[in-house]
Design a binder for this molecule. Structure first.
Ligand SMILES: [Zn+2]
Length: 284
């Protein structure tokens, strides 16, 4: 199975009416935990490296470790760069063996977003690397990225149509009312908007900010056409909480890391059950 490009992985999900889970993996242990669950459940999986990892100076070493695990995996694995706003960083990701990259030019005017997405598609063409773009702005904080509620905005159909007439990424993140991080109040997801964007014949759609959404809301989002669900904050919290608890009770380092990994696996298992991707590992 090994490493797979984002493009065929999500095309299969869109065609099959299910979603693939993206789990942000900041450590080798988190990656191992997610992969063991995905293998057990026969689910294709996306391991994402975010901007915080690069800021910490670990993009290349973590990618090398995750890539080695992905190549040995029994299920399709996409190694994906999350929320990149920089072409040089995307170049580094290509050299580090990623099979998916997200160009997030959503803060820019539409014409700039189109131009940047087109550039990245040009760089990745023929390399087996899928490209995710973003329209609208997802509120909240994720790694270095902070978007206030005033700046955040849902996509509108005319913008999606104009964007897709100009450029066609392999996956499209659309702001539909979710936020990064934990929610201060229940989010209002615009399911009708998801259906309408999906109905335009859009590429596989991506829901950012999966943390804190109920299982029912996530299932409905998939039913409306979301083909990729992103989870970061909830896994990180489970990871840290389990590590702190183990360390406080006197566990040795490796034991504490193992307990943190088990906590990540538990969250990953619950989320995978919602996506509809369980048992789809052969769909490539
Ligand atoms: Zn995101």
């Amino acid at each position: 199975m090994a490493i797979q490009s984002l493009a065929p992985m999500l095309a299969a999900a869109q065609a099959g009416g299910y979603a693939v889970a993206q789990f942000n993996t900041d450590t080798i242990e988190a990656g191992q935990a997610v992969l063991s669950v995905a293998t057990e459940l026969r689910a294709p999986i996306i391991l994402a490296i975010g901007q915080g990892v690069d800021r910490a100076g670990r993009l290349e070493p973590l990618a090398a470790g995750l890539r080695a695990m992905a190549e040995a995996a029994e299920v399709p694995v996409c190694l994906h760069l999350d929320h990149s706003e920089s072409l040089p960083q995307i170049g580094r990701a290509l050299r580090a063996g990623f099979s998916g990259v997200m160009i997030d030019a959503s803060a820019h005017p539409l014409a700039t977003n189109i131009a940047e997405t087109r550039s990245v598609l040009g760089i990745c063409a023929g390399l087996g690397i899928g490209v995710e773009a973003e329209l609208g702005r997802v509120a909240g904080v994720e790694d270095d990225l902070e978007v206030s509620e005033e700046e955040a905005g849902k996509v509108d159909l005319a913008t999606v149509s104009a964007f897709l007439a100009a450029v066609r990424p392999d996956a499209l993140a659309v702001a539909v009312g979710t936020a990064h991080g934990f929610y201060n109040r229940p989010p209002e997801i615009d399911f009708g908007l998801i259906r309408q964007v999906h109905g335009l014949g859009a590429p596989p759609l991506v829901l950012h900010g999966g943390t804190g959404l109920s299982d029912a809301v996530l299932r409905e989002a998939v039913a409306c056409g979301m083909a990729k669900l992103n989870f970061a904050t909830e896994l990180r919290k489970a990871n840290v909480d389990a590590f702190v608890e183990a360390a406080a009770s006197g566990s040795a380092l490796l034991d504490a890391l193992a307990k943190a990994g088990s906590a990540v696996a538990e969250v990953a298992q619950k989320k995978l059950a919602i996506t509809g991707s369980v048992g789809r590992a052969s769909a490539r």
